[in-house]
Design a protein around this ligand. Structure first.
Ligand code: SG4
Ligand code: ZN
Length: 301
């Protein structure tokens, strides 16, 4: 179901308005992402905390980082020894297994989350994609409404780097070209990328879809309220007045200046026309979709 699709920032001729031509579900109901109107959410006392298995320790690995031309993915499912599973939290039985996480981002100075709260977008959004363990393959899971569960985590920029993203962000320079994969030097606890203590943030819950073609309505979405911090220099290039300054600055300028760092999301590239310089991949988020008759629920705390 995935032919040649892209984001408008890459080429409007294959952007989101054209996705339904190659994947009819993209024009169907129950699509994602959405804006979450906080006045319309219903508190649901059955939305208890998550129960995570294996998220608190660094699994054996190795984990593979991949640039697929649409995003950067970290593949965390390395077989039976790395059993990363979640339950509880109103999830259908029996359990959901973590497969990969990936990111959506904006452009220089522009927010790039897919979901928003009361119309407020964040700089980036991380998706941890899980598959219901009752299904044998991604293909099978995508055909069922309870096939997938995605944890959506907003990333908020701060001045200092978040060390929990260091292993991943330093891998970005090695996957700057589309189609490239590398093994990360080390694994880390998945919980270190989740908000609060292992995902104890309040969360919003609704039934939706994959946000890329084929847009199958196979996803139970969890959108955490609390953002996780990420360093400005880990997201994108330094902006004025520091842009273009040499790495060694006069002492009076060194204080709060973002340090030069090539490994960052907005320097990941996509394939351009043959022979051209690869262009940076930016604004890889889908426009928001109508809620329709759906309801968004909120966990109690
Ligand atoms: C990204 O394009 C990933 O590369 C895809 O991962 C992912 O599809 C797709 O986003 C949609 O996921 O959480 N944004 S989303 O709805 O996980 C799937 C792969 O193709 C099926 C492996
Ligand atoms: Zn995603």
């Amino acid at each position: 179901s995935e032919g040649a699709w892209c984001y408008d920032s890459q080429d409007p001729k294959c952007g989101p308005t054209h996705w339904k031509e190659i994947a009819p579900a993209c024009g169907g109901p129950a699509q994602s992402p959405i804006n979450i109107d906080l006045h319309l959410v219903r508190r649901d006392l059955t939305l208890r905390p998550f129960i995570f298995h294996g998220y608190d320790s660094a699994p054996p690995g190795p984990w593979t980082l991949e640039n697929d031309g649409h995003t950067v993915l970290l593949h965390v499912d390395t077989g039976p020894q790395s059993r990363l599973e979640m339950q509880g939290a109103g999830l259908p039985l029996p359990a959901y297994r973590a497969l990969q996480l990936h990111f959506h981002w904006g452009g220089p100075g522009r927010a790039g989350s897919e979901h928003s709260l009361d119309g407020q977008r964040r700089p980036m959004e991380m998706h941890v994609v899980h598959m219901n363990t009752r299904y044998q393959s991604m293909g099978e899971a995508r055909a069922h409404p309870d096939g997938l569960a995605v944890l959506a985590v907003f990333l908020a920029e701060q001045d200092s780097d978040n060390a929990n993203f260091s292993a991943l962000v330093s891998g970005l320079k090695n996957v700057s070209a589309r189609g490239v994969s590398v093994d990360l030097a080390s694994t880390f606890p998945l919980a270190s990328l989740l908000p609060g203590a292992s995902g104890l943030s309040r969360y919003y819950r609704y039934w939706g879809s994959l946000t890329t073609p084929g847009c199958e309505p196979a996803v139970l979405w969890t959108v955490f309220e609390d953002a996780v911090p990420i360093g400005r220099a880990q997201v994108g290039p330094p902006r004025l007045p520091w842009a273009g300054l040499p790495a060694t600055r006069p002492p009076f300028l060194t204080g709060s200046a973002p340090h030069p760092q090539v490994a960052q999301f907005q320097s990941v590239t996509q394939a351009g026309p043959p022979g051209s310089q690869p262009a940076p991949l930016t604004e890889n988020f889908r426009p928001q979709q109508p809620l329709g008759g759906r309801r968004v629920s909120a966990s109690p705390g």
